[in-house]
Every structure is written in structure tokens, then in C-alpha cells.
Write a protein that binds this ligand. Structure first.
Ligand code: ADP
Length: 489
């Protein structure tokens, strides 16, 4: 779920980042436009001021350029222009410079020419523009206008200023955004993470609940429907409907298995009795005997399978109560070890047994634990080639007892390990059910059920070609688990 949370937080941050980028770009463009307009207004005002000054001076003093042979403004008039705080160039009708502001003077000749260029020829009407100078001067915004009211001798004037003089220009805006954006994005990421967390929280709860229900034991349980009535609520209602249908189909499946196994028992018994009668009859011909022998083998195998199926079906329905009684497990282990010794003789297997000196008393269902041990031991014998060893160890801990069945047999491939306790699962399905290693794949499923019905567990460690070790842990306080449950299976 953290994957969804991470994805949501990521896309939330990306979306906010893109929004900020678009907003920033729009702001930058708008700011640039308005600061240029502001600058133009200021320049036009200054040009107007200079124009008025020259016009007023002409009205009072007459021609502004008294000596046309060496064009220059009257010193009294040009002194006022000197004080202008921006670039100011005044030219006569022939294009000669006749007046300058103080800040224009330090410009290098090339820069001055570039700045004055819009005055050549003197403009017909007012205009503004930008001239890009090499650093450090940078961009300069200018405004040129014709000087009609100044009378003979004056052609036009230009006012200019560096765009860097704008109080809060687009550059500053960009710089501020570059500082602010990471902080905002970081906050957005944190907020997104938190928001995504709170949105997926109900889903996490549902996953936990569904996991608890579908572990196979609690299909009767239902998820709590949230009052919000949102999509999560609909999901819960849908899941509950699905659980109800699942519970129903599992119940029918269990019922069918239990009924079918039960119904098969009697005909099988009759079959066996018939075959046994044939086998013991003195007049049965030898070739028929062989056939009957094989039939009896099949009937036995089938009876075993039907019994196993019935056991599991009853366990699933919770109808397989354990008859718990305080038992010294040493007796059970010794008993099974004896059987194992006999079974192992055919395969020339060495069966070893380790039993503690002191009693290991536990409340268990003797019959079931014996079945568990026999299942493990017969498997160990079945899957160990001649000459190998099979070990049976009983261990006693403070709060539990362990039953370990080990062998030096063929082992189990790592990929098969998760499946060996599944019903009807066999490592090699192509292998005959009746050949040298007969079986139907129900033994370990029953073994696991018995261990768990006692409140215990079963684990396996195995390496192909090296053998397997099955360990059953039985808690000493398993008394409360008196009945096998497993409704979901
Ligand atoms: P089966 O009737 O086939 O023995 P089980 O449920 O007892 O069914 O075992 C399931 C499968 O697990 C077996 O078919 C076998 O492949 C594997 N298995 C069980 N015990 C052992 C073992 N001691 N060594 C190797 N494989 C084993």
C-alpha cells in the first residue's frame, strides 16, 4: 500500500509543481509586460517634462540654438537638462546633439551612438523600444519624441533608462520563485504523503481484515461497513457479498465431500469383504487370486483416501473433536518407532529414536498424534532409498514439546516446499499413485490439521538429495483447542 501512497504523493507534488510553473510563467509574463509599460510611462513623463521646459524656454527666450554655425543649447537651458536622472539626448533638426543629461556623459562613444541611433533621422512621432547593450549596461528602454514646440533649431529628444532600474522586475520575480518553489514543493510533498496516507488508511484496514478472514478459518466473519457511504463503503459491501458467496460454496463443497466420502464407505466395505472372501476361498484359481490381490490393494488405497477425505471434511466443518487426554508422548513415539522399524526393514533403513528420560506429558488426542507420527514416518520411509536412515526425536521444552521426523531421503525441491501441505499435492503428479511410492497427497494435509488442531504447528526443512526434517511443535497449554476448526477450507 506504500506503493500507492508514494505514487499519490508523487503525482500530487508533480501536479502542484506544474501548476506553480504555469502560474509562475503567467506571472512572469504579466509582470514583464506591466513593468515595461510602467517604465514607458515614466520615460514619457520625463520626455514631456523636458519638452515643456524647452517649449517654455523658447516662448520666453526665443530661439533655443542662438548660433546655428556651432549648434548648442543656451547654457542656462541646458543646465536644467543636466540634472535629469535618466539618459537624455536632445538633437537639432540636422541631427546634431545640442543637449545631454549628466548621466549620459560617461557613456563610451560606441554606446552613445547606439543609444542615440533612434534619433537619426529625428522621429516623425513618439516611439519607444529597447536597446540591448553589452554588460554591465544591459538592456536600456528608451522613448523618443519630436520637438515641434521648441521652435527652430530643435529636432527631437530621447529619454532612456536601464531596465535594471525597475523596482521589482521579472528577474527578481524569477529569483524569488526559484527560492520559494522548492520550499513549497517540499511542503506539498509532505502534505501529499499525509493526505495519501489518510486516504489509503481505510484500505489498509480492509486488507488486514480480509487477510484475517481468508486465512481459511473465518469465512463466516464479515467486514464492518463504514458509515461514510463512499466508494470504500461500496467496496466493503461488495467484498462482504463475495465472502457470503464464498462461504456458501465452501460449505457446499465440504458437505459434498463429507457426504460422498461417507456414502462411499459402505460399498467399499462390501467390496472388500467380497474380494477377501474370494481370496480365502480354497477353489479360487491362482490367476484369479492375483487379480483379486491387486483389487484388494486398490480397495485398501481407496478406503484410506475416503477416510482421509472424511477426516478433512469433518475437520473443515468443525465436526472433528479431539479427545484430549493427558498422555506421555514417549509412549506414543516408542510405539510408532517400533512400527517404523518394521516398515523400514524392507528398505534396509536404519530407524533411530531419541526419547527423553523424563515423561513428556501433554493433553493430546492419542489417536490423532499417533496418526500424525505415522504419516510423517511412513513418508520418511517411502521417500528414502534403501540403506538410508530415518530418525524420530521427541524433545521437551518449557512450554512445548517437539516431534522431529528426519530422513536421509530424496528431499524436496525448494519450489515444492510451499505446496507439500496442500491437499492432493504430490511432488511428481505423473508418478503412479500405486507404484513404488503409493499415496494420494492427503497425508501431510491431515498431519498439518492435527498439529494445528492441537494449537501447534508443523515446519519442514529439506534439501533435494540430502533428506528432509519435519518438526511438529505442540504447546503444553493446548487444552483450549479442543476442536478442530477450519471452516474456510
Ligand atoms: P503422499 O501420499 O503423496 O505421500 P503426502 O501429503 O504425505 O502425500 O505428501 C505430499 C508430497 O510431499 C509427497 O507426494 C512427496 O512428494 C512430498 N513428501 C512428503 N514427505 C516427504 C519426505 N519425507 N521426503 C520427500 N518428499 C516428501
Amino acid at each position: 500500500m506504500t506503493a500507492i501512497r508514494r505514487r499519490l504523493a508523487f503525482w500530487y507534488t508533480v501536479a502542484l509543481g506544474l501548476t506553480m510553473l504555469a502560474f509562475g510563467a503567467a506571472l512572469y509574463y504579466e509582470r514583464r509586460q506591466s513593468s515595461v509599460e510602467e517604465l514607458d510611462r515614466r520615460l514619457a513623463l520625463e520626455a514631456d517634462l523636458a519638452q515643456r521646459w524647452l517649449g517654455e524656454s523658447y516662448r520666453v527666450l526665443g530661439p533655443l540654438v542662438p548660433d546655428l554655425s556651432s549648434p548648442a543649447l543656451d547654457p542656462g537651458i541646458s543646465a536644467y537638462l543636466e540634472a535629469f536622472r535618466d539618459y537624455l539626448i536632445v538633437v537639432d533638426t540636422a541631427g546634431n546633439v545640442i543637449g545631454l543629461s549628466g548621466v549620459t556623459r560617461p557613456l563610451a562613444a560606441a554606446e552613445f551612438q547606439q543609444l542615440a541611433a533612434p534619433l537619426y533621422p529625428p522621429p516623425a512621432r513618439s516611439a519607444s523600444g529597447t536597446i540591448e547593450f553589452a554588460p554591465p549596461l544591459g538592456a536600456v528602454r528608451y522613448y523618443v519624441t519630436r520637438m515641434s514646440p521648441a521652435g527652430t533649431g530643435v529636432g527631437g529628444l530621447l529619454v532612456g533608462t536601464s531596465t535594471a532600474n525597475v523596482a521589482f522586475g521579472p528577474r527578481e520575480l524569477l529569483r524569488s520563485m526559484l527560492v520559494i518553489a522548492p520550499v513549497v514543493l517540499l511542503c506539498a510533498a509532505a502534505l501529499g504523503w499525509w493526505l495519501a496516507g489518510t486516504s489509503v488508511q481505510p484500505l489498509l484496514g480492509i486488507i488486514d481484515e480480509v487477510e484475517a478472514i481468508t486465512d481459511g478459518r473465518s469465512l463466516h466473519r464479515r467486514l464492518a461497513v463504514p458509515l461514510s457511504g463512499d466508494e470504500i463503503g461500496r467496496l466493503v459491501v461488495t467484498l462482504n457479498g463475495m465472502l457470503a458467496r464464498l462461504e456458501q460454496s465452501f460449505a457446499s463443497l465440504r458437505r459434498f465431500t463429507a457426504d460422498a466420502s461417507h456414502e462411499l464407505k459402505t460399498p467399499l466395505m462390501v467390496l472388500r469383504a467380497g474380494v477377501e472372501r474370494g481370496l480365502t476361498h480354497p477353489q479360487t484359481p491362482r490367476e484369479i487370486m492375483q487379480g483379486l490381490d491387486e483389487t484388494l490393494d486398490q480397495i485398501n488405497q481407496m478406503t484410506e483416501m475416503v477416510d482421509d477425505l472424511l477426516t478433512l471434511a469433518r475437520a473443515d466443518e468443525g465436526r472433528a473433536p479431539l479427545a484430549l487426554e493427558e498422555t506421555d508422548l514417549r509412549e506414543l513415539v516408542a510405539d510408532v518407532s517400533e512400527t517404523a522399524g518394521m516398515l523400514g526393514e524392507d528398505g534396509k533403513l536404519t530407524v533411530t529414536t531419541q526419547i527423553p528420560d523424563k515423561p513428556v506429558r501433554l493433553p493430546v488426542d492419542r489417536h490423532r498424534i499417533r496418526e500424525l507420527l505415522l504419516n510423517l514416518v511412513t513418508n520418511a520411509i517411502k521417500y528414502t532409498p534403501p540403506g538410508g536412515t530415518v530418525g524420530l526425536t521427541l524433545g521437551a521444552g518449557a512450554d512445548h514439546a517437539t516431534l522431529v521426523v528426519s530422513d536421509s531421503g530424496i528431499g524436496i525441491a525448494p519450489g515444492d516446499l510451499p505446496h507439500i501441505f496442500d491437499r492432493f499435492w504430490r511432488a511428481d503428479p505423473a508418478r503412479s499413485r500405486t507404484g513404488d511410492r503409493p499415496g494420494v497427497g492427503l497425508g501431510l494435509a491431515i498431519t498439518k490439521w492435527i498439529a494445528e488442531a492441537h494449537g501447534g504447528s508443523i515446519t519442514v526443512q529439506s534439501r533435494p538429495g540430502r533428506g528432509s526434517v519435519f518438526t511438529v511443535r505442540l504447546p503444553r497449554n493446548g487444552r483450549e483447542q479442543t476442536e478442530a476448526d477450519g471452516n474456510g477450507r
